[in-house]
Design a protein around this ligand. Structure first.
Ligand SMILES: *Cc1c(COP(=O)(O)O)cnc(C)c1O
Length: 367
């Protein structure tokens, strides 16, 4: 098989989804599986749907288009605010989009009218993380704007925390969102059907609280794909952390001085690295680099450490491992490393398992 590549165990993606869906269902919370870290992979999305995800979310309309073209029947949600310039494509591709701007909503409305269709809108509320969101005092008015725009249906409210500033989605924040839902319903006169409380960082709250209020959906990416929660990057009990494995091939294995020599300036990335310790090192170079992966986010097998990375080389101390040129080394990945590996044209993707994604259409709502 070619290297570098990502081995994807789709059964584990399904297992993680199913486990989270089963834990959240008794609380009345559905799971939208977020596929953005996988470049909108059809197979990963299908594995999520097989595990009970009620729909698929992605931040890029291009990824959603690919899923649509692959025959996705599950509801597709654009989880980044649409670009005005993409309004028509968003309406064509996504069933739902998350929104904060009146000018975008107006563009979505005209695009929907033009297509004689209806587009569902969720308004995102700013609750302190300072990325996307409308100020709480403006939410009811913006809801009124959506309600008055033809071609749009106000489906609900949402929020997103812990992404820019690491602000924790706690009971107070979620209570604020639930209270706004009631105010918006009074204003527009119909029930909100999507109250999307957040991402994987919400799991602590969702599984720990006795009161989820009006929250009825979470958008989960990292927890499904990597089995970790983003607040402390701990593994979540019962989930698998090894659904994705990065495999790279060794192109040099030599014993070298551990310490660089000669007069020193900056390296290729403007850094002034430590010269290293005295003595010798069994050093290997894997044919993968910063262009393909975030080197800070890869974990090699026990007994091997990452010494350095340049654009195309990952330099390893292989210790006592009996490795040779041509051998493959497997790495576990964090979210940032996964995103970059999935989006590098040099890293191929291979499916370790193939659950019924051939047989099972991407049909949502099977939770
Ligand atoms: C990325 C993203 C998610 C998923 O976050 P995870 O931490 O991977 O679960 C959910 N909502 C929005 C708006 C996002 O951008």
């Amino acid at each position: 098989m070619s290297a570098p590549r990502l081995d994807v165990d789709l059964d584990l993606v399904t297992h993680n989804t199913r486990t989270l869906v089963d834990r959240l269902a008794p609380r009345g919370i559905r799971v939208t599986g977020v596929a953005k870290a996988t470049l909108g992979s059809r197979d990963v999305a299908a594995a999520m749907v097989l595990g009970g995800a009620s729909g698929i979310g992605d931040s890029r309309v291009e990824n959603l288009s690919r899923l649509r073209a692959a025959g996705a029947a599950a509801p597709l949600t654009l989880i980044r605010s649409p670009m005005v310039s993409q309004a028509d494509r968003v309406v064509r591709t996504a069933d739902v989009s998350l929104n904060t701007e009146a000018v975008v909503l107006a563009a979505l409305s005209s695009a929907a009218l033009h297509r004689i269709s209806t587009h569902d809108v969720v308004l995102m509320v700013e609750l302190g993380d300072l990325r996307e969101g409308v100020a709480t005092v403006d939410v009811v008015d913006l809801a009124g704007v959506v309600a008055a725009l033809p071609g749009l249906r106000l489906a609900g409210l949402g929020t997103n925390l812990a992404c820019r500033s690491g602000i924790v989605p706690d009971q107070d924040k979620m209570d604020q969102l639930s209270a706004l839902v009631e105010l918006v319903e009074q204003r527009v006169g119909h029930a909100m059907t999507i109250v999307t409380g957040g991402n994987s960082a919400n799991l602590d709250w969702a599984l720990g609280t006795s009161d989820v209020g009006r929250i009825d959906e979470l958008r989960l990416g990292e927890s499904i794909l990597l089995g970790t929660e983003p607040l402390h990057r701990q593994a979540i009990a019962g989930l698998r952390t090894d659904a994705f494995t990065l495999v790279a091939e060794l192109i040099e294995v030599q014993t070298k001085p551990a310490q660089a020599w000669g007069s020193a300036g900056q390296n290729a990335f403007g850094e002034s690295p430590e010269r290293g310790r005295p003595g010798l090192v069994r050093q290997a170079i894997a044919a993968i680099g910063r262009q393909d992966v975030d080197p800070a986010g890869v974990t090699p097998p026990a007994g091997i450490t990452v010494l350095a990375a340049s654009s195309d080389h990952l330099v390893l101390d292989v210790g006592d491992h009996d490795v040779a040129v041509g051998d493959e080394i497997s790495f576990q990945l964090d979210y940032s490393a996964l995103v970059r590996a999935m989006t590098s044209p040099f890293v191929s993707t291979s499916r370790v398992t193939r659950p019924a994604s051939d047989a099972v259409p991407l049909t949502g709502g099977a939770a």
